[in-house]
Write a protein that binds this ligand. Structure first.
Ligand SMILES: Cc1cc2nc3c(=O)[nH]c(=O)nc-3n(C[C@H](O)[C@H](O)[C@H](O)COP(=O)(O)OP(=O)(O)OC[C@H]3O[C@@H](n4cnc5c(N)ncnc54)[C@H](O)[C@@H]3O)c2cc1C
Length: 513
């Protein structure tokens, strides 16, 4: 067993791990940083890295099986790359989480622009306006709907969608090392001499070929995605074998995600009308979209957006080309699609260059999609199973049920928002899906697990402190969307990166000073 020593060991090369590696080495180029990931260079699904989990409950939950990827770039190899911060709508909702949401939103206000810059956005207009909707939308009746606030989201450019680019940038940094196909199987703790806490003494890593290594690092950052991060902290608490960790009873509770429903479908004529206002637009080369956040205090936190279903040869070809570049495989495009796409591509170019918007081809359709968060409930949680996986580790046992939520009544109330949306755009839907028509027993979760490693100022109140450092373990941080109190009104990843930028990076640098 080799013995290797680092300043920082980052477990997980996904969004959080890659961002932290890039930023820490930018701030301190002399650091020795190891990034360990369970998966290969091109990320794969859970089964291919021999990870597994148990699932319990009366409602399907897809996030653990389908919503995470293992390897260089992690789940960003498959994500939508939509960036948007949480906002005051998250603490306007009157529930037990609003205080924590307020503190998070204050941090995001201070760090969103600098985080965008570190993600490679440079244009001054884009950074100044960042998440405000365009002047055109501000003047449209859509912006007068009193139950909705409009917000802009920004998409990462295609070449930066998979966060592996951040690791590529580190290729020539002498202190950076990436170790793939290597599963962290155990954090070994020792008593920390300076105070009464523990610290991570070493990390056990098992390679694909079965070899074991022991790593030591001055600080350890768990960046394994929400589910595996929660699992690792459950393992740490269990390993200790007593009630030493005051947060033991908190970790794993409060699993929250977005539930997603189409609530209206639009024909191709209505779709063209909607596209005149809401087609994704280009700002200084970056593509942006518009999202709607219902303001009602008695609704769960939610957001809505229009999904355009492009139905033309040009878009099919462009998408295939992009997927093939991203996955480094040959595109599967037939000659007739190529021929038909020439005129369409010219139309795309014209729209892009003259109007600054994405062309929604004739014949395309659209739907209005609602995503709302599941509230905290004992019905949704992560525990450790007694069963073991291929690495001899206890499997995560994921409990997910929606039986405490009256989905039909949520959708009926959201129906008012839909009617106002249609009125302001002067369109009708071909079907309005507000209850019976949609599969209430099989709602779609959106792969945004949150809530299971809460923050709190004391170890009895939260697993992590405000900087995402694990209470009672002096050199351990846990950086995943599990730190967010619930799924909230936005896709979670950008907000996580802002918290890392504003809270975690300064606290790690202080620790290593
Ligand atoms: C289809 C899809 C679309 C999405 N779209 C969006 C979107 O538009 N906007 C948004 O904000 N969010 C989106 N998300 C969610 C987003 O992808 C995640 O929030 C984000 O990728 C999480 O980043 P992470 O670094 O925490 O975890 P991950 O990216 O999952 O990375 C975790 C890494 O840790 C590694 N790992 C785990 N356990 C171990 C171990 N024991 N040892 C070593 N390595 C380990 C894994 O191999 C993995 O590479 C989407 C998700 C999906 C699936």
């Amino acid at each position: 067993m080799a013995d290797l020593q680092y300043d920082v060991c980052i477990i997980g090369a996904g969004a959080a791990g890659a961002y932290l590696a890039k930023r820490l080495l930018h701030e301190r180029p002399h650091f020795k940083v190891l990034i360990v990931d369970a998966g290969p260079s091109i990320p794969v699904g859970m089964d291919e890295v021999a990870f597994s989990c148990e699932q319990h409950g009366d409602t399907p939950y897809r996030a653990p099986q389908e919503g995470r990827f293992f390897g260089r770039g992690g789940t960003t190899s498959a994500w939508g790359a939509s960036l948007v911060p949480y906002s005051r709508k998250d603490f306007d909702v009157e529930d037990a989480l609003s205080t924590e949401w307020k503190s998070i939103v204050q941090d995001l206000d201070l760090s969103a622009v600098s985080t965008l810059k570190h993600l490679g956005f440079e244009g001054s207009d884009l950074l100044r306006q960042s998440f405000e909707v365009s002047e055109k939308i501000r003047r449209h009746p859509l912006n007068q709907i009193n139950q909705i606030e409009l917000q802009r989201n920004i998409y990462l450019p295609f070449t930066k969608k998979n966060f592996a680019w951040m690791l590529d940038e580190l290729a020539n940094v002498p202190g950076a090392q990436v170790m793939l196909d290597s599963v962290v199987t155990k954090l070994n703790l020792e008593d920390h001499t300076a105070n009464s806490s523990k610290s991570v003494k070493s990390i056990t890593i098992q390679t694909r070929s079965g070899d074991q290594n022991s790593i030591t690092a001055r600080v350890v950052l768990i960046c394994q995605g929400a589910i595996e991060t929660t699992r690792t902290l459950l393992e740490v608490a269990h390993q200790q074998g007593d009630d030493y960790f005051q947060w033991k009873g908190l970790v794993g509770n409060g699993l929250s995600d977005h539930i997603s429903f189409p609530v209206a479908n639009y024909d191709s004529d209505s779709t063209q009308k909607i596209a005149q206002v809401l087609a994704p637009s280009f700002v200084e080369g970056s593509i942006t979209g518009t999202r709607m956040v219902p303001l009602s205090r008695d609704l769960p936190r939610s957001f809505a957006h229009v999904v355009f279903k492009q139905n033309g040869a040009a878009f099919t070809m462009a998408r295939e080309m992009m997927y093939s570049i991203q996955s480094r495989k040959l595109p599967s495009i037939d000659v007739s699609t190529m021929g038909r796409s020439v005129i369409g591509l010219a139309r795309f170019a014209k729209k892009r260059l003259l109007d600054g918007v994405l062309c929604i081809e004739n014949g395309s359709t659209a739907s209005l999609q609602y995503d709302f968060e599941t509230p905290r409930s004992p019905l949704r949680r992560i525990e450790l199973s007694e069963a073991r996986d291929a690495y001899g580790k206890r499997k995560p046992s994921i409990h997910w049920s929606l039986s405490d939520i009256d989905l039909r009544s949520v959708l009926q109330r959201l129906g008012d928002v839909r009617r106002q949306f249609q009125h302001s755009l002067d369109v009708d839907c071909v079907d309005s899906l507000s209850g019976g028509e949609i599969a209430l027993d099989n709602p779609y979760d959106v792969y945004h697990p949150c809530g299971t490693t809460p923050r709190g100022s004391r170890p009895s109140q939260g697993v992590l402190d405000e900087d995402l450092s694990v209470h009672q373990i002096a050199n351990l941080w846990a950086c995943s969307t599990a730190v967010l109190p619930s799924a909230g009104t936005a896709n979670p990843t950008f907000s996580l990166l802002c918290l890392l930028e504003h809270r975690t990076i300064p606290s790690i640098l202080r620790k290593l000073a």
